[in-house]
Design a protein around this ligand. Sequence first.
Ligand code: ATP
Ligand code: MG
Length: 369
Amino acid sequence: MFLEKIALTNFKNYEELSVQFCEQVNCILGNNGEGKTNLLDAIYYLAFTKSAINSLDNQNIRHESSLAAINGILHKSDYEVKLTCALQHRKKKLFKIDGNEIEKFSNHIGEVPLVFISPDDTYIIRESSEVRRKFIDSTISQLDKVYLDNLIQYNHILKQRNNLLKSWPKEKAPDLDLFESFDVKLMKFGREIHNSRKAFVEEFSPFFQSHYKYISSEKEKVDILYESQLSDESFEQKYKEALNKDLILQRTTMGVHKDDLTFQMNQTPIRKFGSQGQQKSFAISLRLGQFDLLKEKSGFTPILLLDDIFDKLDDLRIEKFVALINEETFGQVFITDARPERSLGIFKDYGNKVKFFHIEEGNAKEIQG
Ligand SMILES: Nc1ncnc2c1ncn2[C@@H]1O[C@H](COP(=O)(O)OP(=O)(O)OP(=O)(O)O)[C@@H](O)[C@H]1O
Ligand SMILES: [Mg+2]
């Protein structure tokens, strides 16, 4: 699977852009602020129908324009598909496949398996549990449409229950039948989500661990633990007992929306005790594990977006990374680099397996290595 071409109109800093990519390595080179990451983000849009960076579609339309469009031609085994995403101020976003508008964006997720490794990925380790749930969800959703549906339903019902908790008069006894009607559904979808996440962590861990071992020259042992209230046998009982607390706090305090992952290094939390380098290797290994799992289970080699990756790795790790590209572990790869000479050097012997693009003033000019 590879993206042959992309054409942008009024997307972020690009007025008009049309680029023909190669099937293997595409280096996006240029100074800071020229639009390298924006180009990766446009590719991300074609896979996820949204931005990896700015969730407000409006802000991804070029300033002073009212409409942005991203068009791509994607080759999948023996056929090609034309993908279009159009953003408009104060109007619904449109996503088209071969000219046909899709109604449910979630149906498209997984059709273009893609992994984005960004410079700030250690946030997955450092920030709140929400980002770790997102990490799990975005991986499973690319592989399992039922999972994404369950998640959408769960979040929808959770929101309704929370609204009910907020509006329930303090002095009034709770209507147990009414709450029960929400709880039955939350239990059903919650249990399915729990089972999928548990299976995911089991399948994902060995991929992740082997990448950590390869990338870091460290010998420490890394683990991922799935923390979920639903693992407790008496979860349902505890959930019911929490209703009074929920009414006081005006939100649902128990369920899969509280799930988390604990990242460990030698049995201690890497968030607290890992060095910066260890955290960086950990975060990259999470992404590469995601890549392996998607590759194995989807039957397609995911597109890989590497944003400023060389800045984040020391020379030894860069070498190991490039070896992975060389072994053709990866399929189509997009790499941004603000230091053109570095990427030109690394990929100088790649012949027709590499294309270099110089990004300047909203244009992409192909340059020879
Ligand atoms: N909606 C928008 N309209 C116009 N310009 C935008 C819009 N959104 C972002 N930009 C511009 O895009 C530029 C940033 O582009 P991008 O992040 O892709 O740069 P980069 O080449 O990756 O830089 P770096 O090397 O620093 O990572 C900024 O100058 C920003 O003002
Ligand atoms: Mg950038």
